[in-house]
Write a protein that binds this ligand. Structure first.
Ligand SMILES: Cc1cc2nc3c(=O)[nH]c(=O)nc-3n(C[C@H](O)[C@H](O)[C@H](O)COP(=O)(O)OP(=O)(O)OC[C@H]3O[C@@H](n4cnc5c(N)ncnc54)[C@H](O)[C@@H]3O)c2cc1C
Length: 365
C-alpha cells in the first residue's frame, strides 16, 4: 500500500494485532502513524486468543469436512461450532456463502493463495522482535494434536496431505497414545493417537500486542484509546477521519477494526460479509506446564502454555460480535477437554473471555 513516494501521515483504525503491526511496519517506511481504538490496546480478539503462530495450520476455514461437521452439529448449544436457531438473514447469507465455498476445488485455490503469506508469518514476527518489540515468540518444539482413536486422526492426516500438496511446508509424525503421553504428560489415558507438528511457534498474545503498542509509541506513533471512529471520507488526495466529534485529515487510512470491519469499509466498496466467529478462552493451573501447544481437534479445543498456567480456548459461535459471554459455551469446552487432559485443574478457571475472530464469507452484492 505504501511506497517510497507514498503517504506520510496515516490513520490506523484498530489497536489489535493487525492494526498495530501495520502501524509498526508503516513506521519502518518512515510513515507517521496515529492509531485509533474505541476501547483500548488488544481490546478485541487479540487478547484472549490461543496465541498459536502456526503457519502450517493456517488453512481456509470453509472445507468439505467442516461443512459436514457443521451441518450435523451447529444447532446444539454444547457443540463446539454453534449457530443460534434465531440466526439473522445476514448470518444466513454468510453461511450460504460459506457452504458454497466448502468444496475441495475452492479450498485448494484459497490454500494456494495462503501459502506465500504463511511463508511471511514467522519472519515478520522475527522482524518485530529484532526491531525492538519487547516480547518473545516461543518455538513450540513439539506441537501435539491428540485424538481418542487413530480413526479420528485420519481427518487431519488427510488435511496435512492437501496442505503439503498445495506447497505449504509441514513436518509431522504420527504417534500412538503411549508415545504421545511420553512426549506430553498432560495427555490422559483416553488419548490413543496423535500427530506431532514441527516448526510452529506460540506467543502470549496480550503481552505481545501491548509490547507492540509500546514500540509504536516509542517510535513516535500516537495511539488514541477511547477514540471511536464513526466516519471516514476520502477525497482531495487524502482521508478525513472522525473520532469523538473531531475530524482530522490524513494522507491515507488503514481499517484494521477486526470483526467490525464492515462498519467502516462497506462504503469504500468492501462487499464481503465479515462475520464474528466467536471463541472463548480461560486459563487453568496444571501439574506440569507443557512445552508447547496441545490441540484437541475433535473437541475443537486449543491449549497453550502461558506462564505457569494453561490457556484453554475453543468453540466457534456465529453470533453478534457484542453478545455477552455465554457460560454454557465455557462449560462445553471444559467437558470436551476434561477426558483428554490429565493434571489440568479445569474447575479453577481465571480470565474467562469471549472474543471474535473474523470469518470471511463470500462477496455479496
Ligand atoms: C478463541 C480464539 C482463539 C484464537 N486463536 C488464534 C491463534 O491461536 N492464532 C492466531 O493467529 N489467531 C487466533 N485467533 C484469531 C485472532 O485472535 C485474530 O485473527 C486477531 O486477533 C485479529 O486481530 P485484529 O487486530 O484484526 O482484530 P481485533 O484484535 O479484534 O482488534 C480490532 C480492534 O478494533 C477496534 N475497533 C473496532 N471498530 C472500531 C472503530 N470504529 N473505531 C475505533 N476502534 C475500533 C476494537 O476495539 C479492537 O480493539 C483466535 C481467535 C479467537 C476468538
Amino acid at each position: 500500500m505504501v511506497d517510497s513516494g507514498g503517504p506520510r501521515r496515516v490513520a490506523v483504525v484498530g489497536a489489535g494485532m493487525v492494526g498495530l503491526s501495520t502501524a509498526w511496519f508503516l513506521q519502518e517506511h518512515g510513515v507517521d502513524v496515529t492509531v485509533f481504538d474505541r476501547a483500548g490496546v488488544a481490546a478485541g480478539a487479540s487478547w484472549g486468543n490461543a496465541g498459536w503462530l502456526t503457519p502450517g495450520l493456517a488453512t481456509p476455514l470453509p472445507e468439505p469436512a467442516v461443512l459436514k461437521y457443521g451441518v450435523r452439529a451447529v444447532l446444539s448449544p454444547s457443540s463446539p461450532v454453534y449457530v443460534p436457531p434465531s440466526a439473522d438473514p445476514r448470518l444466513l447469507r454468510f453461511l450460504g456463502g460459506f457452504a458454497r465455498n466448502s468444496t475441495t476445488a475452492r479450498w485448494r485455490r484459497a490454500m494456494e493463495s495462503l501459502v506465500p503469506i504463511n511463508g511471511l508469518a514467522l519472519p515478520s514476527f522475527d522482524a518485530l522482535v529484532e526491531g525492538g518489540v519487547a516480547a518473545e515468540t516461543r518455538d513450540a518444539g513439539a506441537f501435539v494434536a491428540a485424538y481418542r482413536t487413530a480413526a479420528e486422526r485420519r481427518v487431519l492426516l488427510e488435511e496435512i496431505e492437501h496442505i503439503r500438496a498445495a506447497g505449504q511446508a509441514l513436518e509431522f509424525e504420527a504417534l500412538d497414545g503411549d508415545e504421545a503421553r511420553k512426549l506430553e504428560p498432560l495427555l490422559s489415558e483416553r488419548v490413543g493417537a496423535a500427530i506431532v507438528l514441527r516448526g510452529q511457534r506460540f506467543v502470549d498474545p496480550g503481552r505481545f500486542v501491548h509490547a507492540l503498542a509500546d514500540a509504536v509509541r516509542a517510535r513516535g506513533g500516537e495511539i488514541r484509546t477511547g477514540a471511536d471512529v464513526d466516519a471516514m471520507q476520502d477525497g482531495l488526495g487524502g482521508v478525513a477521519v472522525r473520532a469523538g466529534g473531531r475530524v482530522e485529515a490524513f494522507d491515507a487510512a488503514v481499517v484494521a477494526s477486526g470483526v467490525w470491519l464492515g462498519e467502516l469499509a462497506r462504503r469504500f466498496g468492501v462487499r464481503s460479509i465479515v462475520q464474528a466467529g466467536r471463541g472463548y478462552s480461560f486459563s487453568v493451573p496444571v501439574e506440569r506446564v507443557p512445552s508447547g501447544p496441545v490441540y484437541l481437534p475433535a473437541q475443537r479445543v486449543a491449549c497453550t502454555p502461558l506462564g505457569d498456567r494453561l490457556r484453554v480456548a475453543g468453540m466457534m459461535e456465529f453470533r453478534r460480535p457484542d453478545a455477552a459471554l455465554d457460560p454454557r459455551r465455557v462449560r462445553a469446552i471444559v467437558e470436551a477437554a476434561r477426558p483428554m487432559l490429565d493434571g489440568a485443574v479445569l474447575d479453577d478457571r481465571r480470565d474467562e473471555w469471549v472474543g471474535r475472530a473474523r470469518a470471511r464469507g463470500t462477496a455479496c452484492r
